[in-house]
Design a protein around this ligand. Sequence first.
Ligand SMILES: [Zn+2]
Length: 444
Amino acid sequence: MKEAFHNPRAEKMPREELKRSSSRLFRETVRRCFESSLFYSRKFRELGIRAEDIKSIEDMQKLRFFTTKDDIRNSYPYGMLAVERNRVVEMHASSGTTGTPVLGLHTEKDLVDWGEISARCLVMSGLTKDDVFQITPSFGMFSGGFGFYHGARKVGCTIIPASAGFSRRQIQFMLDLGTTMFSAIVSYAFRLAEVAQEMGIDVRKQTKVRKGIFGSEVWTKEMKKKLANLWDMEPYDVYGFSEMYGPGMGNDCFVHDGLHIWEDFFLVEVVDPKTGDILGPEEKGELVITTLRKEAMPLLRYRTRDISMLLDAKTCECGRTHRRYSEIIGRTDDMVKVSGVNFWPSMVESTILNNKDVGQEYRIVISRIDYKDIVRIEVESSRKLSEIEREKLRAVLKENLTNVLLFQPEVVVVDPGTLPRVEVGKAQRLVDQRINSDKSLATP
Ligand SMILES: [Zn+2]
């Protein structure tokens, strides 16, 4: 199969050239922050950094600070802006838990750029101009719907901007309009197949959907396998967040070994989430990203809270030269600390989903009884089981989980369709019921 590219010249740019151009863009970004951003000019002054000290990527570490989600929140609404307010043509936000939205602001050129990188990811995932592409993430402050839209417009396919929810209608659109590819928040792709089943429709046989691009939740290879099987498709993993753009910042190619990040748009570092020390390739840590072209709201050394690792910088089998990083292993906010042991929810996911008797839905419920943390893992079976089968599955899962987590969780196996589903937004697979949790959830 010949690999398709949206922008072959940029996507296969020799690394030397890529480095030269990103060095130049980095220098320009720092200068722009210095001249136009209230937030950064103050920061530079405080730290005694002069714009002319930053000449190339090598000078990155002279910026002895990180930008955090709280910085953006504290600058709400326009404190991070680096252009006149009337040049902002679109904005998005993630809500977070504390109330103040975390904004991402865009000029006209920022939207064009977002369309470019999103189109690269969509084409990498198999979208062509002949496709009928259904967008199921919401169109609104959440950047999902619009991110796919800006990219798909560039590819020139037929777009169904269905937005979130109304699952039966989504399935009806797929059938009536001949959808061949769709985008979704990971758990919603599962939900849609379930709703179709309730409607008596077999998505593998009765829809033309054979391609999909998914993101916005941490998901493991095991989850990907389940999704592939459910829809008879090859699912692709897209990365992005609204503080910079949204979906389109990175994507996995047909090799499915990590995601390519667009190095002509972003500089990536991986740091130790506790100390901030820079880590080498294949070392797990927090992704730190610097924008290279963002006009409205450039971000320098932004702590993404996503845990991953950089892979070797060699040209990928697909022909792209842009660096790959591993699929997201967890978020710093999601790391669970229970009775002195730390674990990521993704460790639970990859352990249980390996078992063919397990469906895709599970929940990790943490409670505290008599000062003791209790971890209960609720798992749906893939079909209705007898009492004996259920007990057998429970015992196997408990043993496997104990080996991975290094403590004994409670395991409960329930019938398919028992656990709560999410129609709009992200799945809540981690439920921490510890009251006044004395910071039991790790904070970066
Ligand atoms: Zn590749």
